[in-house]
Design a protein around this ligand. Structure first.
Ligand SMILES: [Zn+2]
Length: 279
């Protein structure tokens, strides 16, 4: 379960097999397709210009919570950043708490009146003895290195009938698949961008629905619901691409995504999955 890394060799935390190296930074489990990056992890600023898409997805998630878990009242948002999900969930009537390791982001979320716990999940002392009906990871699960510790933390802080929701990019998405092919032909920048390599908080893991489900099932959870989520909208796309890439790379990426927009929306690069503890 814990990633074991010996002399550069990584063992898959889901099926315990040796992983295949891709370039200097990445590893792939050929059995379950789980992927791992050896990039240095950290807390950090979020990718900009995601508001439009996030609002849409967050409203959808709140609707699913009400539909599938009508008894749920309290929500812990792990990696809440400035509190965007907290705002939407509060407006929907939930009692919300954020957890955010980056001081200035936590401070901003607090300025909107939210209760925000400092530190990393699940080590922070401020989380001691607290339990929630819903623990949600909105684009944060893939940034946390120790899977064993996260899953145990979820078990410790979930109420008996509680549910953990993972909102995460998928390695089955069309954009990710396309960048993987380009990488094999030596065009590596788009692939690094998908992993957020060089960002303050790069992706450590890349899952798909099947291997994420297996990870949770191996640890006593059952999947209750899953759905693709929208990955991008044309509005705000240029800002999102150009915030970290050179002008030339940004132009090509933007054109590619605009031209293939209808296709890319069919096979999304994001999904959500809900897991509950088996009795
Ligand atoms: Zn595996």
């Amino acid at each position: 379960m814990l990633l074991s890394i010996t002399l550069g060799e990584v063992t898959c935390p889901i099926c315990n097999q040796s992983m295949h190296k891709i370039g200097d930074s990445y590893s792939l489990c050929k059995s379950c397709k789980y992927m791992y990056s050896s990039e240095q992890h950290g807390a950090g600023a979020e990718v900009i210009s995601l508001e439009v898409i996030r609002r849409k997805n967050f409203k959808f998630i709140c609707r699913i919570i009400k539909e599938k878990f009508p008894q749920a009242k309290t929500i812990l948002d792990v990696g809440c950043s400035k509190g965007f999900f907290l705002k939407i969930a509060r407006d929907e009537g939930f009692l919300v708490t954020g957890l955010e390791p980056t001081e200035h982001l936590a401070k901003e979320a607090r300025s909107y009146g939210f209760d925000v716990i400092d530190g990393f999940f699940p080590q922070t002392e401020n989380l001691l003895n607290k339990k929630y009906d819903i623990i949600i990871f909105n684009d944060s699960f893939e940034h946390i290195p120790n899977l064993q510790e996260i899953v145990q933390g979820i078990k410790n802080h979930l109420t008996d009938e509680g549910c953990v929701i993972i909102n995460i990019p998928t390695s089955d998405g069309l954009i990710f698949k396309t960048t993987s092919v380009l990488y094999k032909f030596g065009i590596k920048t788009p692939y690094h961008r998908m992993w957020q390599k060089g960002f303050p908080s790069p992706h450590i893991h890349y899952f798909n629905l099947q291997n994420l489900k297996k990870l949770f099932e191996n640890n006593g959870f059952a999947m209750h619901y899953s759905s693709p989520l929208q990955y991008f909208t044309i509005q705000g796309l240029w800002k999102r691409i150009s915030c970290k890439s050179s002008f030339i790379v940004s132009i090509f990426t933007w054109l590619f995504m605009i031209l293939l927009y209808p296709l890319l929306s069919v096979r999304s690069d994001n999904f959500m999955a809900c897991f509950t503890l088996k009795n």
